[in-house]
Write a protein that binds this ligand. Structure first.
Ligand SMILES: [Zn+2]
Length: 82
């Protein structure tokens, strides 16, 4: 869920803000790309590629900052590179 950057109304994925009618397509696209990058980070970790997991996690966090992303990033920082 995002908030409209114009009026701060909550948005559950609609491409147009229900309150101020701002176009939120670009924001939703970036959010989806961030989610995809975080999923790739999980896959990289599962495959044992910690360096790539860190890279994908950092990429995701640049696009969408979340508490989970920060915790996952700190976890990856504590992982030992092979
Ligand atoms: Zn709005």
């Amino acid at each position: 869920m995002i908030r409209c950057p114009v009026c701060r109304a909550r948005n559950k994925g609609e491409s147009v803000c229900r309150r101020c009618l701002s176009d939120l397509t670009d924001i939703l696209t970036v959010e989806a790309q961030a989610d995809f990058a975080m999923t790739r980070a999980f896959q990289n970790l599962q495959d044992g590629n910690i360096a790539q997991a860190k890279k994908q996690c950092a990429h995701a966090c640049r696009m969408k900052r979340t508490e989970f992303g920060e915790i996952f990033s700190a976890f990856l920082d504590d992982c030992v590179l092979p």
